[in-house]
Design a protein around this ligand. Structure first.
Ligand code: NAD
Ligand code: GLY
Length: 368
């Protein structure tokens, strides 16, 4: 077992992201070093429970922790207000107190849900993220955004709450279904576009190895993505400025997830589609060069990220975009990346968005 520790420093808490292979066997020791909790609620979903639940729960019990197992159905539908209430009720029934902790073992759904429960239960108890999807390892487990979806939009109820530890074991990614793998690669592509041309080029070159899930390239992209995110979150924990960049692709992406029905299009795949559209819109709104869109398409294609099926309905998508948390005073704001490594956040009027969406969808039907 070898691993790297990356520090994350924020105004509300400092912690480490531990990244490596074959780490689950040491999870209990690493978790116990990060929190003094004597009792821990292990929150996970049915799929992850079947694969890794016993190993983590057993390790914690062997180290003397009282473990309360809370297993929720897999999928985006579990990121709901109702499910969060049920989890909090379970924490209370198990009499977890303010010195106890939550361990989120799973993908972004479990991490967001369990983190939200840890943020509100007893007005906040410790929690640890053990992300088991690529998407959660490169993005959602780091930075302290927790929350649930509302019918009106994604992530509309939530809290900032930094974890005490993030434990990213790349070995567990071996069991991830193919679509979830590409969904995670989409968030990596997002980071590359925000970070630098160099990272985009490296990803394109490494794409075959990443699609083959070769261990070292995977560890490298998790490290690169977490380094990028840690720097952004350290500068702007509460998304007052710089952190908005991480929502690149999310304005249309979240709208697609909502309009298609939560869970129908994996988050990263929806974000990639949002990146493709944002690149086109950026040409119209900020005069971004076409070559950026061409390069981004090359990157997404190399990573095997195909365009998803969802209602090509500009009006419904636009309505959903108005629920976006970046929207201000009724105006949708877009993150644009005119060239890799440089972003701007710009208000865009509805007529322009609808027009470019229509053009984009018409172009698809003409190509057949
Ligand atoms: P997910 O949590 O639904 O996991 C995807 C699927 O993979 C599920 O069916 C799960 O059971 C399964 N799975 C998880 N780990 C597995 C493993 N190791 N082997 C086999 N199967 C496994 O989806 P996700 O893509 O991880 O997360 C998406 C969520 O993350 C969305 O709700 C999104 O809004 C959120 N998100 C949050 C942030 C943040 O900063 N908080 C950032 C990005 C995304
Ligand atoms: N995924 C966006 C953020 O964490 O800010």
């Amino acid at each position: 077992m070898s691993y790297t520790r990356l520090p994350v420093t924020t105004p509300t808490g400092d912690y480490e992201v531990v990244i490596g292979a074959e780490l689950l066997g040491s999870a209990a020791d690493l978790i116990r070093a990060a929190t003094p909790a004597a009792a821990m609620a292990l929150v996970t979903d049915e799929n992850v429970w079947a694969l890794y639940g016993a190993a983590v729960a057993g390790g914690l019990r062997d180290s003397g922790v009282r473990v309360v197992e809370i297993v929720v159905p897999a999928g985006e539908a579990s990121k709901s207000w109702q499910r969060a209430g049920e989890v909090c009720e379970r924490l209370a029934e198990a009499r977890l107190d303010r010195t106890d902790a939550v361990v989120a073992l799973g993908g972004g759904v479990v991490g967001d849900l369990a983190g939200f429960c840890a943020a509100v239960y007893l007005r906040g108890i410790d929690y640890v993220q053990v992300p088991t999807t690529l998407l959660a390892q490169v993005d959602s487990s780091v930075g302290g955004k927790t929350g649930v979806d509302l019918a009106a939009g994604k992530n509309l109820a939530g809290a900032f709450k930094q974890p005490s530890l993030v434990l990213a074991d790349v070995s567990v990614l071996a069991t991830l279904p193919g679509t979830e793998w590409t969904s995670g690669l989409a968030e990596v592509a997002k980071v590359a576009m925000l970070e630098s041309r160099e990272m985009v080029d490296v990803l394109i070159a490494e794409a075959p190895a990443l699609l083959g899930r070769d261990e070292q390239p995977v560890v490298d992209v998790v490290l690169a993505a977490v380094r990028h995110k840690a720097a952004v979150v350290a500068a702007d924990e509460r998304e007052a400025g710089e952190r908005e960049s991480l929502n690149y692709g999310h304005t249309l992406g979240h709208a697609i997830e909502q309009v298609a029905g939560y869970g129908a299009v994996p988050h990263g795949i929806a974000v990639a589609e949002g990146m493709r559209f944002a690149a086109l819109l950026a040409e119209v709104v900020v005069g971004a060069p076409e070559q950026t869109r061409v390069l981004q398409d090359q990157l997404l294609d190399a990573l095997g990220i195909e365009r998803p099926t969802y209602p090509r309905d500009a009006r419904r998508l636009l309505d959903a975009m108005h629920a976006d948390k970046k929207a201000r005073s009724g105006t949708v704001r877009y993150v644009f990346v005119p060239e890799p490594g440089r972003h701007v956040v710009v208000p865009v009027d509805d007529a322009t968005i609808a027009h470019v969406l229509d053009l984009w969808f018409d172009g698809e039907s003409e190509r057949g």
